[in-house]
Design a protein around this ligand. Structure first.
Ligand code: COA
Length: 693
């Protein structure tokens, strides 16, 4: 039928087999192959039905993302679906794997659906800033009702085969071989003389405006700032205003608007960047990895515990080492408590928790690390202490054991030298809470061997993390960029902006929280310690803006003490803290600072451009191999809204020339020390290009 669709006839049943790796997307040749298969089946009097099936690990997982933004070759998916609607013989989708987006829509346009157990169904396109454009918003509610259809169409999370069956979205779940059960299913259809059945011909379910209102509230919380989910909701409503055929046309028009919009462009870039960061430019894809069967974690504070949990959750045996029995006991208790609360909430089964705990060996003797293949060090953030630990690790571990530090700010090259085995040393920088946060910054130090880089990237994937590779620098990607935002936040406060006003600007930009709320959450003592580590190189102005230190001195450490930039009640609900305005007023008086009104645009540009400029330095220095790493790290590590694409993509959309001009303006007002533009930014702006291209 085409390069990707094979047609075969088995008795009275024809089969169209799609084989378009990697995910059987509805590329042009799939669409034309399907159209041809439908035509052939219709015109062959010996054939009574058509089964559509896919080779490989999945049924169609969506439209071909790579075709988006390019002119669409004929036939379009709507035309193929219209052919299905007009077909005079039944068409059955026999599905497995991930039936997503356009793939789910193709299945819904078929007359019957039969699925292998374990199949997932969903409309993830909202996560790409899109919404279903192939009739999904019309067929789904007609089959499943509004209560099931609305979350499926607007939130992007898939459902399983049993749930799809219960929602009337599929007709059967197989127990054996999909292809043969599909033919049997068709045999029964033919025997019972059941012909084509179009979901589009069904009436819309009874309208329930309250469900739409409820969905808007849910989306404002769960999909904050995103336009596509609301457009999907709007598209469902079309079914109440016009005939199916017209609603489908309007739905496609909305899809096209989404596709052309900035959020989809940004989210699609994030989708491909997430996959791109797994490929390291100077590391051959076939680089051998070292076997990792058993891991060690040394240092069982908050980070160490989270890392132990992350490994054990992935089924890896862990040797967890702390200083003494007291630390070991506290760590064990805290891990048990966290998992027990998941069990109590029903998100973790008791036997799964027991299995995880059984994988962890809590010890005080570092010699026990002689059995592991990798050790992640998570002791106190002090160079001297960590150097001592690395010297010890170099001795107690077997040759070839990977020695990874979870340091946030310290020089991994110095730790590498202390181990006497610098080629085995790297960084694995987890984010707090380490068993929850998806991002992992893997750090390649000066002498780290390539196979270690390959191993820790693979290990990150194995434990469900999204790993980005960073070089050695102060704070790696996320904390280095964050420290510039924090600094700019303190300067803005010194100039007259209130912390609450600053937080509000970033919240409305799309961050989950602003810098001051984040400081309270992380702990102002932690922030003060990070500042202390940079004291030697700090400017006078940086030293003067000593708000974290002032608050630590006053015992205000943030959420954990109930008082920081904000006040917190026993449920950690924030309210304005009068002590904060008093502190700022006294600070201004002490240093003779004149406070002024600062507009939202200036606040936003100073906070965000400070990060963009630092990102350009990180890129120019080669700390991040590509802008992709920076955007993925900032979206997943700091909550930069994915729908603006991350700092580098966002700057590209504004235009680097414009970004540079603003930075130059800030430089004139605030000085070279803070606003010297990154050389790479200057160069790219001059060349009229962006960070990506
Ligand atoms: N169009 C084109 N290529 C696609 C694609 C699509 N819809 N979905 C996935 N791919 C590609 C990926 O880019 C990747 O290519 P690469 O190996 O060159 O990087 C490859 O398929 C494998 O995808 P990956 O995500 O790494 O594999 P996985 O097994 O972890 O996940 C999916 C498979 C289908 C669940 C996942 O890729 C996915 O969610 N895709 C998007 C589905 C979607 O949004 N569909 C609606 C589009 S409108």
């Amino acid at each position: 039928m085409s390069d990707t669709v094979t047609y075969s006839v088995h008795g009275a049943v024809a089969e169209a087999l799609i084989d378009n790796p990697p995910v059987n997307a509805t590329s042009a040749s799939v669409r034309s192959g399907l159209a041809q298969a439908i035509r052939t089946m219709e015109s062959d009097p010996a054939v009574s039905a058509l089964v559509i099936r896919c080779a490989g690990k999945t049924f169609i997982a969506g439209a071909d993302i790579k075709e988006f933004g390019k002119p669409m070759a004929d036939p379009g998916l709507p035309e193929v679906m219209a052919m299905m609607d007009r077909a005079t013989k039944p068409i059955v989708a026999a599905v497995h794997g991930t039936v997503l987006g356009g793939g789910f829509e193709v299945a819904l346009a078929c007359h019957y659906r039969i699925a292998a157990p374990g199949t997932k169904f969903g409309f993830p396109e909202v996560k790409l800033g899109l919404m279903p454009g192939g009739g999904g918003t019309q067929r789904t509610p007609r089959l499943a009702g509004l209560a099931a259809a609305i979350p499926l169409l607007t939130q992007g999370n898939p459902i399983g085969a049993q749930e799809a069956l219960a929602a009337n979205l599929i007709d059967a779940v197989t127990t054996g071989d999909l292809a043969s059960e599909a033919r049997e299913f068709v045999g029964r259809l033919l025997a019972e003389q059941r012909g084509p059945r179009n979901a589009g011909a069904l009436p819309m379910p009874a309208d329930e405006p309250a469900l739409f209102e409820e969905a808007k509230t849910t989306l404002a919380r769960k999909m904050k700032g995103q336009t596509a989910p609301l457009r999907a909701l709007e598209a469902i409503r079309l079914g109440y205003a016009m005939a199916f055929e017209d609603a489908v046309k309007q739905e496609l028009a909305i899809f096209r608007e989404c596709l052309a919009g900035p959020q989809s462009k940004a989210l699609r870039n994030i989708f491909s960047a997430e996959r791109e960061v797994a490929r390291i430019p100077d590391l051959p894809a076939d680089t051998a990895t070292r076997p990792v069967e058993r891991v060690g974690v040394i240092g069982l504070g908050v980070m160490g515990r989270g890392i132990v949990m992350a490994f054990a959750t992935a089924g890896l045996p862990v040797v967890a080492v702390a200083l003494d029995d007291e630390h070991v006991g506290a760590a064990r208790k805290s891990i048990e408590k966290m998992w027990s609360s998941s069990v109590a909430k029903g998100s973790l089964a008791q036997d799964a928790m027991d299995k995880r705990l059984a994988l962890i060996e809590f010890v005080t003797d570092a010699e026990r690390l002689s059995s592991v293949d990798i050790v992640v060090e998570a002791v106190t953030e002090s160079l001297a202490v960590k150097q001592g630990v690395f010297a010890q690790l170099g001795e107690v571990t077997k040759p070839g054991t990977i020695l990874a530090s979870n340091t946030s700010f310290l020089d991994i090259d110095a730790l590498a030298e202390a181990s006497q085995r610098p080629e085995d040393v790297c960084g694995m920088h987890f984010f707090n809470p380490a068993h929850v946060m998806r991002l992992l910054e893997n750090v390649r130090a000066a002498k780290t061997k390539p196979d270690i880089v390959a191993t820790i990237m693979a290990l990150g994937k194995r434990i469900g993390k999204l790993s980005v590779l960073s070089g050695v620098c102060d704070g790696f990607i996320v904390n280095r960029m964050l420290s510039k935002r924090s600094r700019e936040g303190f300067f803005l406060v010194e100039e007259g902006a209130s912390p609450a006003a600053i937080d509000k600007v970033l919240l409305s930009y799309g961050f989950p929280m602003g810098p001051f709320a984040l400081g309270d959450l992380a702990g102002l003592d932690v922030q003060a310690a990070a500042r202390a580590s940079r004291r030697a190189s700090a400017t006078e102005r940086e030293l003067r803006a000593d708000f974290p230190e002032q608050m630590v001195a006053a015992g205000r450490l943030g959420q954990k003490t109930g008082s920081g930039w904000y006040s917190y009640d026993e449920n950690r609900k924030a309210s304005p803290n009068p002590l904060t305005s008093e502190m700022i007023a006294a600070h201004a008086e002490r240093h003779g600072l004149a406070l002024r009104e600062i507009g939202e645009d200036e606040i936003r540009e100073r906070l965000l451009y400070a990060m963009v400029n630092e990102g350009a330095k990180i890129l120019g220095e080669g700390v991040a191999p590509r802008p992709h790493e920076i955007d993925i790290a900032m979206v997943n590590g700091l909550g930069w809204p994915a729908y603006s694409g991350g700092p580098m993509f966002w700057a590209d959309q504004i235009g680097l020339e414009k970004v540079l001009a603003t930075i130059e303006r800030f430089r004139a007002a605030h000085g070279d020390a803070y606003w010297t533009p990154a050389p790479l930014l200057v160069r790219y702006a001059g060349e009229g290009r962006g960070f990506y291209a």
